[in-house]
Design a protein around this ligand. Structure first.
Ligand SMILES: [Fe+2]
Ligand SMILES: [Fe+2]
Length: 312
């Protein structure tokens, strides 16, 4: 079964006869993690067969569910309700589908993969159109959305965000400034100080970005991050003046990555800052403009990336 997008499906089966019967129905090309569980030991028929078929098993399902970093869906083919309850308790973010025969489970996984692939195509096309439009505006000539996405994703990973949150970062990183498409180049590329009125126009871009993305229903999860990427930790940002943890975490991460990328990109009218100066500036704004927790993680990433050889 094609599972190229690395979604993680876990199928829990009993390690006894019923589990063995389920394993006998496997075609051998399933990219699904099978977990043998329950009150069985290594010698029960299901586990034995799994070993013969080279299917990774884990009799300790609680440990497995706790340890495994990414799991999208658990199919509980044992029909045991307490397993559902336990997983819900341990990892509430995991979707659980229970009590289906394995044949149905395979069918369902295939259907889901198809639906996801369709959605992804739609998403890629849309993003493709928008980014090519953005690139045609000089202001994005240096791959700003991609850079913001890269640094924000690294930060999110270090902060232990869930896979679906990292997906949101990717999408919001690419689209956060799409609202600037409607702003006149004269304002966007102006090298002198902006007038009050011009600044007001610039400040509208997060809301503009949000309303463009809003028209794509399947992207609704990224709206908040886009709208709030210029909020400040001290509440002095825009558009809503949200404060502290009231600013969505992903928006707080984007804010740091966004400023970093803006400061390190080549701007003809500014002297390029050294990496030391950029890092100092970010740290100086910790607690006022930026979330201190995010800055801490971000600082480490930058040090590792740009100063590692100095440290050694
Ligand atoms: Fe922005
Ligand atoms: Fe930006």
């Amino acid at each position: 079964m094609a599972n190229g997008n690395s979604r993680e499906y876990v199928v829990i089966i009993g390690g006894g006869r019923r589990g063995a019967a389920i394993l006998e129905t496997l075609k051998g090309d399933e990219e699904v993690k099978i977990v043998g569980v329950l009150d069985v030991n290594e010698d029960t028929p299901g586990i034995k067969l799994a070993k013969r078929l080279n299917i990774p098993t884990d009799v300790d399902f609680v440990g497995f569910i706790k340890k495994r970093k990414r799991i999208d869906v658990v199919f509980n083919a044992t029909g045991e309700r307490y397993i559902d309850e336990k997983i819900k308790q341990l990892r509430p973010e995991i979707e659980i589908i229970s009590g289906l025969s394995l044949k149905l489970v395979w069918g369902l996984i295939a259907e889901r993969e198809k639906a996801i692939a369709l959605q992804r195509d739609l998403y890629r096309n849309t993003i493709g159109i928008l980014t090519s439009k953005m690139e045609s505006k000089n202001v994005w000539a240096h791959g700003h959305p991609e850079k913001v996405t890269e640094y924000a994703t690294l930060t999110g990973q270090r902060m232990g965000l869930l896979p679906k949150e990292l997906e949101i970062i990717k999408c919001a990183g690419i689209l956060h400034d799409v609202g600037k498409l409607g702003i006149n180049d004269e304002i966007l590329l102006k090298t002198e100080r902006l007038t009050q009125e011009e600044y007001q126009i610039i400040k509208e871009h997060p809301v503009e970005s949000e309303s463009i993305v809003k028209s794509m229903e399947f992207l609704y999860t990224v709206l908040a991050a886009i709208r709030h990427h210029h909020e400040r930790y001290d509440g002095m940002g825009y558009p809503d003046g949200l404060k502290g943890e009231g600013v969505p975490l992903i928006a707080r991460i984007l804010a740091v990555a966004d400023s970093f990328c803006a400061m390190t990109s080549h701007r003809p009218y500014c002297r390029e800052k050294t990496m030391d100066e950029v890092l100092e500036e970010i740290k100086r704004c910790s607690g006022t403009q930026f979330d201190p927790e995010v800055v801490k993680v971000f600082e480490n990433i930058i040090k590792e990336r740009f100063f590692e050889s100095d440290i050694k």
